[in-house]
Design a protein. Structure first.
Length: 373
C-alpha cells in the first residue's frame, strides 16, 4: 500500500485504542475516481479482520443500492463475520449478539440458522432500519468490547447510499460515540461525500476523521511502479520512472496503465526513457478506448454538451453560470443535465456554484476526442 501510511497508521491506532477501551471517531476517505479509495478500504478491512474485529463491507452503489438489497447484504456479511469469530470461549454478550444477528437476518429474509443460536425475537427485527441498525450495532459492539475489540463497517461509494440508510448510519455512529460502543464507520466516496454527510445530519462533521485521498507523491508513485517490477526481475531507469510519474500525475490508475504498457512493449527488463515514452502513448490510447469512453458513453446527448462545455476549463472545475453562458442558455434549463451527471457520479460540486469532473484527465480526454461542436 504505497503512500497511504497516514491512513493505515490512523486505523492501527484505532485498533490499539479499542484494545484499551478508548473511543475513536470513524473515518471518511474522499477523492476522485481511480485514486485508490477502494484498495485502501480493503486494506483497512483486512487489518481489522486480522485484529479479530467484526467487519462488514457494503457498497452504496447505484443499481442495487435499494435499502432491501443493502440490508440483505449486511445480514450476509454479519453472518460470515460472526461464523469466522465464533469460539466457545466467547462470552454471554457474544451469544446475545449472535441472536440479534440471527433475528435481524430472519427479518430481512436471510436464513441465519448456520449461526447455531436461537433468534432473539424482538431484537433488531422491527423492519425499521434506524431502530434495527442501532440495536444490532449495540449488541455486536458491546460483545466486542468484552474482547477488547471493535466492530467496523466499511462502506464504499458512500455518497450513493439512500437517505434513510445514510441518516440511520450516522445516527448510529453518534450513539456509539456517546455510549462508548466500539463501533466505527469507515466510509469512502467522491469528494462531495463530506458535505453529503453533514447535509444528512449536521453533527456528522464531528463524528468522523475526514481524509482527502489524493494522487500519490512522486516517491510513492515511483515505488508503486518499481516495487512490483522488482518481483519480476525488472527495473526502471530513473529517467523512465520520472517520465511515467509525471505523465500519470501520481494517479494510481494511470500509473498502473502505464506500468502495464511498458511491460508489454519494452524489449529488455531494464525499462528506459524511450520505453517510457512509448508506454505513455500506448497507455493513453488504451485509456482512450476503455477508461474514459466507459464514462462518456453513460452520458446522454445533452449531458455530453454540458461535459464538453466544462472541458474548456480543464481539471480545475467550472462555474455553473459560465457553462450556461457558454451554451447560450439559462442556468435553469441546464439543471436537469447537471443533476443527472451528479447522480451518475461523473461530476461533483466542489463549492457552491462550481462543478468539476470526478474522473482525473476527463477534461483533456474530451478535448482530445470529442471537441467537435
Ligand atoms: N497506493 C497505491 N499504490 C499502488 N497502486 C494503487 C494504489 N492505490 C490504488 N492503486 C491502483 O489504482 C487503481 C485504482 O484504485 P481504486 O479502484 O482503489 O480507486 P478508487 O478511488 O476506488 O476509484 P473509483 O472512485 O473509480 O472507485 C487500482 O487498480 C489499484 O490497484
Ligand atoms: Mg472505488
Amino acid at each position: 500500500m504505497e503512500g497511504r501510511s497516514a491512513e493505515v497508521e490512523t486505523f492501527s491506532i484505532m485498533i490499539q485504542r479499542a484494545e484499551h477501551g478508548l473511543h475513536n471517531r470513524g473515518m471518511v476517505l474522499s477523492g476522485l475516481r481511480g485514486v485508490g479509495k477502494t484498495v485502501l478500504l480493503n486494506h483497512l478491512r483486512s487489518t481489522g479482520e486480522e485484529a479479530g474485529w467484526v467487519t462488514v463491507y457494503l457498497e452504496g452503489k447505484t443499481a442495487e443500492s435499494g435499502q432491501t438489497a443493502l440490508q440483505t447484504r449486511l445480514a450476509r456479511e454479519l453472518i460470515t463475520a460472526a461464523r469466522r469469530l465464533n469460539k466457545p470461549s466467547m462470552g454471554q454478550r457474544w451469544k446475545a449478539a449472535l441472536g440479534s444477528i440471527a433475528s435481524f437476518s430472519m427479518s430481512v429474509g436471510v436464513a441465519g440458522a448456520s449461526l447455531g443460536v436461537d433468534t432473539r425475537t424482538g431484537r433488531a427485527d422491527t423492519g425499521q432500519i434506524a431502530i434495527d441498525l442501532e440495536e444490532l450495532i449495540e449488541d455486536i459492539s458491546l460483545a466486542m468490547q468484552d474482547e477488547h475489540k471493535g466492530f467496523a463497517m466499511f462502506i464504499d461509494e458512500m455518497q450513493d447510499l439512500d437517505d434513510g440508510l445514510l441518516s440511520a448510519l450516522i445516527a448510529a455512529q453518534h450513539a456509539a460515540g456517546q455510549r462508548g460502543w466500539p463501533f466505527y464507520i469507515i466510509g469512502a466516496g467522491l469528494p462531495n461525500l463530506p458535505s453529503i454527510l453533514s447535509g444528512s445530519r449536521s453533527y456528522a462533521e464531528r463524528l468522523f476523521d475526514y481524509r482527502r485521498i489524493g494522487p500519490l507523491d512522486p516517491d510513492a508513485a515511483s515505488a508503486a511502479l518499481s516495487r512490483p517490477a522488482l518481483t519480476f526481475n525488472a527495473a526502471y531507469t530513473s529517467d523512465a520512472l520520472d517520465l511515467l510519474v509525471d505523465a500519470a500525475e501520481g494517479y494510481p490508475y494511470f500509473l498502473q496503465e502505464y506500468g502495464r504498457s511498458i511491460w508489454d512493449l519494452a524489449p529488455a527488463p531494464l525499462f528506459t526513457a524511450t520505453d517510457a515514452e512509448l508506454a505513455v502513448d500506448a497507455g493513453m490510447a488504451h485509456l482512450d478506448t476503455g477508461f474514459f469512453p466507459s464514462r462518456w458513453d453513460r452520458a446522454t446527448k445533452s449531458e455530453r454538451n454540458y461535459l464538453r462545455a466544462m472541458s474548456d476549463d480543464g481539471a480545475k472545475g467550472s462555474s455553473t453560470t459560465e457553462i450556461a453562458r457558454r451554451l447560450e442558455t439559462k442556468p435553469s434549463s441546464l439543471a436537469a443535465a447537471r443533476a443527472q451527471l451528479l447522480a451518475k457520479g461523473l461530476i461533483y460540486s466542489p463549492d457552491h456554484g462550481k462543478i468539476a469532473f470526478t474522473v482525473p484527465g476527463m477534461a483533456d480526454y474530451i478535448q482530445r476526442q470529442h471537441n467537435d461542436h
